[in-house]
Write a protein that binds this ligand. Structure first.
Ligand SMILES: [Zn+2]
Length: 125
């Protein structure tokens, strides 16, 4: 729990400005008490998660940011497509690929439900 910044949710506008709007939302709701050091990774993660959902998912796309105090910050992006996600892969060659979310997150995962999914990532100080 965080006593300064409550969890915040926003429906992301599905167009080419989506990642920019998502980063602005991060500006307004980022917990500077607990999570200042995590901010650079968080910006990259939000861009990657939102871009994936906007490109491959089904609207509405909802971004959620939740500070959990000393347990870190969880960033989650939900959309109405139960399939995926389809992240861009990075790596030295085809046999050793990963994706940016895997690289940047301390923990991450996908929760699927009827009619949609949530991709979440946790960053820990
Ligand atoms: Zn906090």
């Amino acid at each position: 729990m965080c006593e300064w910044f409550p969890a915040a949710e926003s429906t992301v506008v599905v167009d080419r400005s989506a990642a920019r709007h998502a980063r602005r939302f991060l500006d307004d709701h980022w917990c500077v008490e607990h999570a200042s050091l995590l901010r650079p990774h968080a910006e990259l993660l939000v861009s990657e998660l939102v871009t994936e959902a906007v490109t491959h998912g089904t609207a509405p796309v909802v971004l959620r940011i939740e500070c959990e105090g000393d347990d870190g910050v969880t960033i989650a992006v939900s959309d109405r497509d139960p399939n995926g996600p389809h992240f861009r892969t990075v790596g030295p060659d085809d046999a050793h690929t990963t994706n940016l979310v895997e690289v940047l997150s301390d923990e991450w995962g996908v929760r699927t439900r009827p009619g949609g999914k949530t991709v979440w990532s946790r960053l820990v100080v």
